[in-house]
Ligand binder design. Sequence first.
Ligand code: GLP
Length: 255
Amino acid sequence: MQIIILPDAQAIGEWAADHIARRLAAGRLQVLGVATGSSPLPAYDALARRIDGTGAEGSAEGGAPAVSREALETLTAFALDEYVGIEPDRPESYHAVIREEVTEKLGLDPSRVHVPEGAAEDLEAACRHYEQLIADAGGVDLQILGIGATGHLGFNEPSSSFSSRTRVKTLAPQTRRDNARFFSSEDEVPLHCVTQGLGTIMDAGELLLIAYGEHKAEAVARAVEGPLTSMCPASIIQWHHDAVVLLDEAAASKL
Ligand code: GLP
């Protein structure tokens, strides 16, 4: 695991965008795993600025290539999770967040962008179908991750099995409190979600975990230096063969 400490969220976003741009230019990124939450937003924004060299001088610092529209149009993307029972057109849904922050910003082909179907009638079938879609796409090449205060990845809350696949989970009370800001009240936050499993996430060729801010320091320390335990689901990244953790100094302050 590589831990890279950068000055701030913007620098993290630039680093991530450089990395993704290089992989795209080298033809080593066909399937991108995308995450919701605020952590990856600077990376999506920085990537959008590189499209066809629309950013400064058409290439990033250090000579990272600009991103071609064609490479993005043929990119397939899979999101990690979705709330159960929230229709995809509701603004609180992760479908809506991914549409706005990823698909539209990056000019991806909407038919290639997948989000778990949390509003499906048969959730188990929808979960199986999602796993099949990922497998049919040849697996995720690079998975972007945030980390929750509970140490969750996606919505894999403490006690999630390390070998889990896409399934329905119950949200931890802490996560419902943390995400209440996107709803009119905490009571409106669904109790359940559909999330890729830790086993699904671990199948990705590379993991890119992004965290910044003091409020992430504890979860980051447990994930990166703590014991490998399902009580801190993110600790599983220690076992991944190609994981990069991008932090600012505040998020790294308890390492
Ligand atoms: C949500 C998402 C996670 C994300 C987490 C952290 O709960 N399901 O995938 O990592 O929020 O969000 P933020 O980046 O806003 O702190």
